[in-house]
Write a protein that binds this ligand. Structure first.
Ligand code: DGJ
Length: 741
């Protein structure tokens, strides 16, 4: 890893074993992009990468030189309207009504390690040797605004992090109306664009399209990263697949409104932009003030999508997630939501906890309904004190009883929300996000609190800290169940309403930061009606996230498969729930429900009292299995094998770092009759190592299993009489591979 500056050619080369990123100071002082891709040799001068041919009808800053046009040059901080007609990375609204800027190079600094981003989540290093950072300062002379572009290259990951800090060093206020985190101009557009789309209970389905001349974009204007789109896209060469080919993964470490777009121009160059969604955004920057954009992370892989995903898994698992839980196998939990919904009291909860304890489950999580006036979803949000009618001994008393059983205790909060039927609303009606004169929309009877106001965040902090400090709480599930609408803060003047969405998410981050610092032993799990805020920003505070409200095993195969393109298994909350499933009314075998959930942070969410002795026995075995294998499942190298979006079977596997152990999950959706022989080609094994398949006599070399495949054919093949375990729909198997030596 290194960052080299070639003074003569004014060229920067950032590289590690996997990638090179090369920029130069252009003739007009702007920072130009030369190359981004596989590692190449360093040279004094890469200026031949600048593809400027004189083109007719182009806007050119220099008379008699048609070869230098911002319309065609690849740039790092372009602004629209300067002769560049593509969407820009920055826009500064000035007092005279102009929006143009002319950011030119001033100086740069190369430092070991990676500086912190104030108030924002970001990747980090644990020692200076892990990364190097280049800070390039550009300045727009007319406004006096400077842009400090930060580029971090990591030693151990094929990844580059980029963000921008704007400072008003002039003497007049300006408003930032566009402040993208990353701009990458690629010289061609021969890529497939992969986005991860869906909605509530159907999150993060990989959707592939071809960027054509014009704009291909995903984004959220819901105030949270959303179920609908994820702040993550992939540009892959059309022939690239899981094992081979080039792919860029672009991920934004942010949980609010975002935009990621690819703009293909008339000459087939592709501009990738990522950052805070500019729609409605405006940030007043008075003289002396600064604005920090979120961080964008770019991963380059030339060994396919699997390689790209594993780079994200390692980087996000080890250098984005933080805290004592980051590297620890996660506790097996029982959550009472689908077991009781709002219908519970202390006795009922303790009964469930005792049954869970009996199965070996380690953590009891009390979900929604324990506080204020809440007995259904119409009341109580905002009042974070236990409801004595339901919990006569309070949270403290309940937690003590759970701890006395030998389990840990966890608690649900939805700090950002408020019901009108609450003491909080009665005391502070102006704390709602609501536009004057307009009726605020509700969602599930709830409104959102104005988290852009520090006093609101302080209030929630005081309420939550009192509960967390007053009882033995080991886990917090932080939910958020609606999107922002009628966004307006009563505390900000009219000219600053463009700041509210971003200030809201900064408030959320602030509360997370304070609570995670004060209660470092607590495992936080983020949630937003399932996976509505499954993003890297949340991962920085909460190392796991409730992946989806859909707990059906078949749907979960798809959701967890799509989620795995960017996020590690250790971040995916996954529970075994009841059948018929509460979202799909589908009946799947208990074994399959567990075989899907074990590729996640495993738990249960059902009324154990309704299960048979045989089923409880099966759960005990599942819990014991998970205790033995969770470190491997959650922190091993994850390989996708067969997509549940493409056929009747799906498969994935996790391999230990030393390649001595692997767990393969194989799933068949519908039963088939008299079917073909099937083999599953495994990945990631040591080709020269002999592996024993647990529970069988079979031993195979890694190369056999990867080249010829693991036989997954079902011997019953349609004839079910006489078989011990009949084959049905939704069957699955786990194969455990252990080094035979
Ligand atoms: C939505 C979450 O995703 C569920 O798991 C549950 O906590 C409910 N909210 C409770 O209201």
């Amino acid at each position: 890893m290194n960052i080299v500056y070639h003074a003569k050619s004014k060229t920067f080369h950032l590289y590690n074993d996997r990638l090179s990123y090369i920029m130069t100071v252009l003739r007009n002082g702007h920072l130009g992009q030369l190359y981004c891709g596989a590692r190449i040799h360093d040279r004094e001068d890469f200026s031949y990468f600048l593809e400027f041919a004189p083109r007719a009808m182009s806007a050119c800053p220099y008379e008699n030189d048609r070869s230098f046009s911002l319309e065609h040059l690849r740039q790092e901080l372009p602004s629209f309207g300067t002769g560049d007609y593509r969407d820009g990375a920055v826009e500064v609204f000035q007092e005279d009504g102009s929006r143009l800027t002319d950011f030119h190079y001033v100086n740069h600094q190369i430092t070991p390690g990676k500086p912190k981003l104030n108030g924002l989540p970001a990747t980090y290093t644990e020692s200076d040797g892990e990364a190097m950072t280049l800070l390039v300062t550009l300045r727009d002379d007319l406004t006096g605004v400077t842009a400090e572009l930060s580029y971090t290259i990591f030693r151990d990951f094929g990844a580059l992090a980029r963000s921008v800090r704007y400072s008003n060093k002039g003497d007049r206020p300006v408003t930032l109306t566009r402040a993208m985190s990353l701009c990458l101009d690629l010289p061609d557009c021969d890529y497939d664009w992969l986005q991860f789309s869906g909605c509530w209970t159907r999150e993060r389905k990989p959707v592939c399209r071809r960027p054509e001349q014009g704009i291909t974009a995903v984004g959220s204007r819901r105030g949270h990263s959303s179920h609908e789109q994820n702040p993550f896209v992939v540009l892959k060469r059309p022939t690239a697949d899981e094992d081979q080919g080039e792919a860029f993964g672009l991920s934004l470490v942010y949980s609010g409104n975002f935009l990621i777009q690819a703009e293909v121009d008339a000459h087939s160059t592709l501009r990738l932009l990522a950052g805070i969604h500019p729609e409605g955004f405006g940030w007043l920057l008075k003289p002396g003030e600064s604005f920090q954009t979120p961080e964008a992370v770019l991963v380059y892989a030339d060994r396919g999508l699997g390689d790209m995903s594993r780079t994200f898994h390692r980087l996000y698992g080890r250098r984005l997630a933080r805290g004592v839980w980051r590297d620890q196998p996660r506790p097996i939990l029982i959550n009472n939501w689908e077991a009781t919904y709002f219908d519970f009291n202390e006795d009922k909860l303790l009964r469930l906890a005792r049954q869970a304890k009996d199965c070996g489950i380690e953590l009891f999580v009390l979900d929604d309904g324990w506080f204020g006036r809440r007995t259904d979803d119409r009341a109580g949000l905002g009042d974070w004190t236990p409801n004595p009618a339901r919990l006569p001994n309070g949270i403290q008393g309940l937690a003590e009883k759970i701890e006395a059983l030998g389990m840990r205790f966890g608690l649900w909060f939805e700090p950002e929300a408020v019901n009108k039927n609450s003491a909080m609303y009665e005391q502070h009606p102006d704390w709602l996000l609501a536009t004057p004169g307009r009726t605020p929309s509700q969602g599930r009877y709830e409104y959102l609190l104005d988290f852009s106001r520090p006093e609101v965040v302080d209030n929630l902090h005081a309420q939550m800290a009192a509960i967390l400090g007053g009882a033995k709480v080991s886990y917090v599930k932080w939910d958020m169940n609606r999107s922002i609408s009628e966004c307006y803060s009563a505390a900000l003047p009219p000219g600053r309403q463009g700041e509210v969405y971003h200030r809201y998410i900064l408030g959320v981050y602030d509360l997370y930061e304070r609570l995670t610092k004060e209660f470092p032993h607590i495992l936080f799990e983020s949630c937003a009606s399932g996976g509505g805020r499954f993003d890297p920003g949340m991962l920085y505070y909460a190392p796991q996230c409730w992946t989806s409200d859909n707990t059906d095993a078949v749907e979960r195969l798809r959701i967890q498969y799509g989620t795995s393109f960017c996020y590690p298994v250790s971040s995916m909350g996954a529970h075994v729930s009841a059948v018929p499933n509460h979202q799909m009314y589908r009946v799947t075998p208990l074994e399959t429900r567990a075989n899907v959930a074990c590729f996640g942070t495993f738990g249960y969410e059902l009324d154990l009292g309704r299960l048979s002795g045989e089923e409880l026995g099966e759960i005990k075995k599942q819990v014991a299995f998970m205790k033995e294998y969770r470190a491997l499942l959650q922190f091993g190298d994850f390989y996708r094998l067969k997509s549940p979006f493409e056929g009747n079977t799906a498969a994935w596997m996790t391999v230990s770092g030393d390649k001595r152990r692997a767990v393969v999950g194989f799933y068949r959706i519908l039963n088939t009759s008299n079917d073909a022989y099937t083999r599953l080609r495994l990945r990631g094994l040591d080709p020269d190592r002999l592996y024993r398949i647990k529970g069988t006599e079979a031993c195979h070399y890694g190369d056999e299993l990867m080249r010829a495949g693991l036989i997954t054919s079902d011997s019953t093949a349609g004839e079910q009489y006489g078989v011990v375990k009949p084959c049905t729909d939704f069957i699955s198997r786990l194969y455990i591979l252990d080094a035979a030596d």
